[in-house]
Design a protein around this ligand. Structure first.
Ligand code: SAM
Length: 215
């Protein structure tokens, strides 16, 4: 059974309508800037062996995987059919609202690496999903959760909305640890400058990743 650590209030969000409505229109945009995406692709290049079976959970029309690397299979999941159809990195995909049902239609121990990009911030039951991922990921497999400081705030539970960047890292880590994930590592690139226009430095999306291993 998943170990739940959030209160009902922490799971609540401003927009209580079914997420299916919010994601019914495709968004063919980049949710993260070029610097973030390049860093993410480099992290994938360094951490994910070729020939891996990958699950891109809460995906869109892009998966950010390095183009030159061949994987055994990339399985996608998301909320919008047109976005997933346009994602040419995916070998297959399915649609599922994880705030309604966290059971994944995947075989036990069938995935080497699961990716979640700008995604955890929308989960109402992250403990249940982290528990479920422990089942479908192989021993020694990894979960790579990455995010920045932007979100569709009306769709983000209070625990995310009311936290600082560091608290978000702690929050994800504690949920994962509670479900048995081990060897939690973090990557932080934060050269974001608060304030107005600065001729000499351009603001970049801060990059945060939490990486966990199934023992
Ligand atoms: C900001 S987008 C990020 C998409 C993609 N990972 C990327 O890097 O472009 C957030 C994604 O989270 C997923 N998502 C949001 N709410 C969800 C829900 N209730 N159930 C399942 N997926 C959800 C959708 O696939 C949506 O595209």
């Amino acid at each position: 059974m998943p170990i739940r650590i959030l209160t009902g209030l922490q799971r609540s969000k401003d927009d209580k309508a079914d997420d299916a409505f919010f994601y019914s229109q495709p968004r063919f945009v980049h949710h993260l800037d070029n610097h973030f995406r390049q860093r993410l692709t480099q992290v994938y290049r360094e951490l994910i062996p070729s020939k891996s079976v990958i699950l891109d959970l809460m995906s869109s029309w892009v998966s950010h995987l390095p183009e030159e690397v061949e994987y055994q299979r990339v399985i996608g999941h998301g909320m919008n059919l047109l976005e997933l159809q346009k994602n040419n990195r995916l070998d297959s995909f399915w649609i599922q609202n994880l705030n309604v049902n966290t059971k994944l239609p995947l075989d036990s121990e069938s995935i080497d690496v699961c990716l979640m990009v700008a995604a955890w911030q929308y989960l109402e039951y992250p403990e249940d999903l982290a528990f479920e991922l422990m089942k479908v990921i192989r021993s020694g497999g990894k979960l790579i959760v990455s995010f920045s400081n932007r979100a569709f705030w009306s769709k983000a539970p209070l625990i995310w909305k009311n936290s600082t960047d560091n608290q978000r890292i702690q929050y994800i880590s504690s949920v994962l640890t509670a479900q048995g994930w081990t060897d939690i590592q973090t990557i932080v690139y934060n050269d974001y400058k608060e304030g107005g226009f600065n001729f000499f430095s351009s603001n970049k999306d801060p990059f945060f990743a939490v990486i966990a291993t199934k023992a």
